[in-house]
Design a protein around this ligand. Structure first.
Ligand code: SF4
Length: 281
């Protein structure tokens, strides 16, 4: 599978990337509907990634945003009375509103958004996660009975987990080198957003096939070797299959949460299997 390219909002870059799957990054929410037209002229826009840094209540939502799959990062919901008109517009749309993991209020606000029909998520920043609150939110998302919209980073694991397949919830933050490569405007490629910002590039996008054969890429895409060389930490963790050792900055707090996520994902998988059996009968 060819990786999806995460790139800045740059027409020249779009034109040089014919036939690719793109995630386009922007800080300007007004640009999102235009991206759907311009980036999609030669390529396929999988998603717009809009980092606003302001409350949802303060955003001017442009016309047409409701039709564009978007990862929308906000700082908080803001005053509910002011946020409600935005929430009504985003209800049921492919726009997912992400709140930051470092703010204690985010975990309750994600519930509010999902219960009002807006797809929501906690944007996980390793080392800055409230694991107890995240665990509470997981229980709400996995076992709650009320109708609601989805909440990431649980939804992907609950909907798609297979024990024999790779499952990396960090992919919902475009942080998974197996699925996403990050581009600078000049076409240089990094394996993550952090490495892009640090100027750690692996090669150029016009030689992407060579890049996928690079040992540095393969090591990152398959982290098993390094983690299982030591008989400690991640190598002893049952939740490896839904974490891949991605939260070692939070050891040992990460473990309880990911074990609960694995248990919930396993239960959802059995429910899916039961549905298939019923249909086949
Ligand atoms: S949950 Fe923690 S201990 Fe387990 S695999 Fe992930 S980072 Fe390692």
């Amino acid at each position: 599978m060819r990786p999806i390219l995460v790139c800045p909002d740059d027409r020249g870059l779009f034109a040089s990337l014919v036939g690719r799957d793109l995630v386009v990054r922007t800080g300007d929410i007004a640009a999102v509907p235009r991206l759907a037209r311009v980036a999609a002229a030669h390529n396929r826009l999988c998603c717009a990634w809009c980092e606003t840094g302001v409350p949802l209540s303060a955003l001017e939502l442009p016309a047409g945003i409701e039709a564009v799959p978007t990862a929308l990062q906000v700082s908080e919901i803001g005053p509910l009375a002011e946020a409600l008109p935005r929430i009504r517009r985003l209800k049921g749309s492919p726009v997912r509103v992400f709140l930051p993991s470092e703010r204690a209020e985010s975990y309750a606000q994600a519930r509010v958004l999902a219960s009002l029909g807006v797809h929501a998520g906690i944007w996980l920043t390793p080392g800055r996660i409230d694991w107890d609150r995240l665990d509470d939110l997981l229980h709400y998302a996995a076992y709650g009975k009320l109708e609601r919209a989805s909440i990431e980073p649980f939804e992907k694991a609950l909907a798609t987990y297979e024990p024999e397949e790779r499952c990396d919830p960090m992919a919902v933050f475009f942080d998974d080198p197996c699925r996403y490569l990050h581009l600078a405007a000049d076409g240089r490629v990094a394996l993550s957003r952090q490495e892009l910002e640090a100027g750690e590039f692996l090669g150029r996008v016009d030689a992407v096939e060579e890049l996928l054969a690079d040992p540095r890429y393969r090591r990152r895409a398959n982290p098993y070797g390094e983690s299982f060389l030591r008989f400690e930490g991640c190598s002893l963790c049952a939740a490896w299959r839904v974490c891949q050792g991605r939260h070692q900055a939070d050891l040992p707090a990460c473990r309880g949460f990911f074990e609960n996520l694995l248990e919930a994902a396993d239960m959802f998988k059995r429910k899916r299997a039961a549905k298939v059996a019923l249909w086949r009968a």
